[in-house]
Ligand binder design. Sequence first.
Ligand code: ADP
Ligand code: MG
Length: 400
Amino acid sequence: MRTIESLGSLSAKTVIVRCDLNVPLADGVITDDGRIRASLATVTELREAGAKIVLISHLGRPKGEPEARFSLRPVAERMSELLGAPVQFVGETVGEAATAAAAALQGGEVLLLENLRFNPGETSKDDAERAAFAQQLAALGDVFVSDGFGVVHRRQASVYELAKLLPSAAGRLVAAELEVLERLTERAERPYAVVLGGSKVSDKLGVISHLIERVDTLLIGGGMLFTFLAAQGHRVGASLLEADQLDTVRGYLATAAERGVEIVLPSDVVVAEAFAADAAHEVVAADAIESSAFGAAGIGLDIGPASAQRFAEVIAESRTVFWNGPMGVFEMPAFANGTRTVADALTKTAGFTVVGGGDSAAAVRALGFTDDQFGHISTGGGASLEFLEGKQLPGLEVLA
Ligand code: ADP
Ligand code: MG
């Protein structure tokens, strides 16, 4: 893949950098600035090279038109603090003001444009619409650096089409993320354990068929564990369940057994009366969820303490651990214990550990862990999973 070196001298050149500055916001305040921090390496290097820097990003999922709550303005402020240098902001992505601001940049200066997804062309299903928007973006600069790792699996105008219109290369974050993922796919030390959880069950099931070929142990927690329990014939009350995936999951269990890959399912679960922080809850055996006081109305919101302990033991014995997806509804303290125990085990194992996924990364930070306690915290959940699935990622293909 082409790196920044391939672009030659960048002094006084206008470099458009696609970042992933999609940070979580609560009432306009950034609650986790991990993705801004992760973008600094490339921006700093380009500043030192004397480039004029135009940053572009999306934030949230606006539907192709401006929506104040998805403005990148607070991100410009935070980035400026972290960078120790001004970051100008323009309230549009393309247009007269954006063009004028980009043209006025001096070497080493940084400009952030407004949310790409305020423009329908960014995520349009129509190839021509995306290409037309990419043309407008390309007109703002001389070269393109792709550094939004969280979006490299998307065929979107600023990720894919734009890279074809200008001399382009991967930024430092994308390069660093790929190095870690290659270590996981090509050079993983055994035993290799993967911990899967979270709520996007059907999104994540795909990665399992691929991982069964490569790992020694799969630990299943989070929302997807109930589809596994149901596939084994157990009743799961009102827990998250993807009924149309039962046969797929039975297939995974059979393949894993044939290949000698261990799929560890929780033996106990925290079941709650309702999906609420203060809901009554109790620990029950995973194969008897409806035996709780809440019967068929009970909702499984975390793995139980015995399961968390078992997961921690497997992690302690592993040389490589990849983790995606919280073990429970960690946002509610009563259901954060499984996630905390798994995170803690990752910080203690001698093995190489990678945490992928927006909510997983936010979870470890919210629980008081720091980035340096892990081998790597990836900025891209979907992108890293698709890479591990062995899929071709459009945003990387175009940089080859
Ligand atoms: P990531 O962003 O790390 O890939 P996901 O987006 O798939 O993770 O899932 C994160 C969400 O999963 C969290 O908001 C968490 O509350 C939720 N979750 C975890 N376990 C459960 C469960 N048992 N039932 C419902 N939601 C769950
Ligand atoms: Mg998520």
